[in-house]
Design a protein around this ligand. Structure first.
Ligand SMILES: [Zn+2]
Ligand SMILES: [Zn+2]
Length: 411
C-alpha cells in the first residue's frame, strides 16, 4: 500500500483505522483481516493476539499481554504502508498511575486518564463537526464521560440515534457516516449545551479560553491531571452514594457547583460529618475511629494523582481544615482524639504502612492503646490519635512540596 492518511487532531485510533480502511475501499473488518494476513506471514502467534473487532483493537483492551499487542501494532505500522503508520502514537495504553489509591488509569498521548472516565457504551458525536469537516473523524475526547458537549459548536453531543433510538457507537458500526439504521450523523439534531458543559469540554481539551467560572477551583487548575483528580475525588467522596456517583448530565452540575465555593464547600461537608458524629456518638472521641467520622477521606484524597500540596489542592484543603479544627476552641477540636488506622496514618505521614509499624516499634508514633510486644501490627486497627500523628507529621515528615506553610498564611 502506498497511501496513508495523516491523523487528525486528537483522533482516536479506531477512527483512524476506519479512515485507513475507507481509503482502500475496505470495511474495517476487511482491514483487520488484512492485518491478520500480514502478521501471519511473520509469526502466527502475533496474528492470534490481534482480535477480529475494531472496538477491541486498542492496546488497553489486551487481556493477557499488552506487550504482544504492542508488537502486533508496531509491526503493522511498519509493514502496512510505505510510510510508517502512526498507530502507537494514537493508541490507548494501560497506565501505572492510580488515582485515589485504587482507580486504574489509561494513558493516551501524554495523559493519564482515570479508567472510569472512559465511556464503555455509546460514543456520542457532534453532528455539526461532521457537517463541517472535510474529513469527518472522531476525536478521542468524545470517548470521555466528562466531554458531553462540543466546545466548538457549544452544542450537546448526541448519544442516541433520533430515528431508531440505538446508542451511537462508531466503533461498532465501523463507519464515520451515521447510525446502522442509515441515519447520518450530520442530519441528527443537537441541543444547545449549558455553558458549564462546553466550558468543561474546553478545559478537558486544554483549550485556553476565558471562563466565566473564575472562582471555581476546577477551572483554575493548571494541570489537567489535577482536574481529573478533583472530579474523581468528588464522585468517590463528596457525592451522595448511588446514581449520584456516576458522571452524567444530571450529576455534573452538582460537581461543578461544589467547586464554585472552594474550600468552603469542603469545610461545610466535613463540619457536617463531625457534628453528626458528635450527635450520634455513644462513646468518647478517644475511642472513635477517624474513618467512622470521615470515611475513607485520607485514602481517597492522597493521590489525585499527585501527593504534594502544590499539585493536590484537595489534600491541601483537607489538611488545612483538620488542622484548623484541632486547634479551634470549639467542640470540633475533639476530632484530634479520634483514631487513625495504620493506612490512614501512612497517608497522613505520606509513607507506607510498613514504615508506620516501624515508627510504632521505635516509639516515635505513639499509639492510643498498649500493644503487646509480640503482636503483629494490623494496619486496619484504629490506633493512632489524629492530633498526635499530625504532630509527628509536623516534626518529621514535612517537605518542600508538602509543607504546612503551603496552606497557612506566613506571618
Ligand atoms: Zn462540534
Ligand atoms: Zn438509527
Amino acid at each position: 500500500m502506498l497511501l496513508r492518511p495523516d491523523p487528525l487532531p486528537a483522533e482516536s485510533l479506531e477512527s483512524y483505522f476506519i479512515r485507513l480502511a475507507d481509503l482502500y475501499g475496505y470495511t474495517p473488518k476487511q482491514l483487520i483481516e488484512r492485518f491478520h494476513i500480514i502478521l501471519d506471514e511473520v509469526d502466527q502467534k502475533l496474528s492470534g493476539a490481534l482480535p477480529g473487532n475494531l472496538w477491541q483493537l486498542n492496546v488497553c483492551h489486551a487481556r493477557v499481554s499488552s506487550s504482544l499487542r504492542v508488537e502486533c501494532l508496531e509491526l503493522l505500522a511498519e509493514k502496512m504502508c510505505k510510510g510508517r503508520l502512526p498507530v502507537l502514537e494514537l493508541a490507548v495504553f494501560r497506565s501505572k498511575t492510580r488515582y485515589a489509591s485504587q482507580h486504574h488509569s489509561l494513558y493516551w498521548q501524554g495523559l493519564d486518564i482515570p479508567r472510569s472516565f472512559v465511556r464503555k457504551g455509546s460514543i456520542p458525536v457532534c453532528p455539526k463537526c461532521f457537517e463541517e469537516h472535510e474529513k469527518p473523524y472522531v476525536p478521542f475526547y468524545w470517548h470521555l464521560h466528562l466531554v458531553r458537549a462540543c466546545h466548538k459548536h457549544k452544542c450537546m453531543l448526541v448519544e442516541q440515534c433520533p430515528d431508531c433510538l440505538q446508542e451511537l457507537n462508531y466503533m461498532r458500526t465501523g463507519n464515520l457516516k451515521g447510525c446502522s439504521c442509515g441515519k447520518v450523523y450530520e442530519t441528527m439534531p443537537s441541543k444547545e449545551a449549558p455553558e458549564f458543559l462546553w466550558q468543561l469540554a474546553d478545559k478537558v481539551q486544554e483549550e485556553k479560553t476565558d471562563h466565566a467560572h473564575s472562582g471555581n477551583l476546577l477551572f483554575n487548575l493548571d494541570d489537567i491531571h489535577q482536574l481529573f483528580g478533583a472530579i474523581l475525588w468528588f464522585y468517590s467522596y463528596a457525592a451522595e452514594r448511588g446514581n449520584q456517583r456516576s458522571i452524567s448530565d444530571d450529576t455534573l452540575p452538582d460537581c461543578i457547583a461544589f467547586f464554585d465555593q472552594w474550600p468552603q464547600s469542603l469545610n461545610a461537608l466535613l463540619k457536617e460529618k463531625i457534628e453528626t458524629a458528635i450527635m450520634l456518638s455513644d462513646r468518647r472521641f478517644s475511642e472513635t475511629p477517624f474513618n467512622s467520622i470521615f470515611g475513607r477521606i485520607l485514602i481517597v484524597s492522597r493521590c489525585l494523582p499527585n501527593k504534594d500540596f502544590n499539585s493536590n489542592p484537595i489534600l491541601k484543603a483537607i489538611f488545612a481544615y483538620l488542622d484548623a479544627c484541632m486547634h479551634s476552641e470549639s467542640e470540633l477540636s475533639e476530632i484530634g482524639y479520634s483514631l487513625l488506622n495504620g493506612y490512614e496514618a501512612a497517608a497522613l505521614l505520606d509513607t507506607y504502612d510498613e514504615q508506620v509499624a516501624r515508627l510504632l516499634d521505635e516509639g516515635i508514633l505513639p499509639a492510643a492503646k498498649r500493644i503487646k510486644n509480640t503482636a503483629v501490627f494490623d494496619p486496619k486497627r484504629p490506633l493512632f490519635p489524629l492530633k498526635t500523628t499530625f504532630n509527628v507529621w509536623l516534626m518529621r515528615f514535612q517537605s518542600r512540596l508538602s509543607n504546612r506553610h503551603i496552606y497557612l498564611p506566613r506571618w
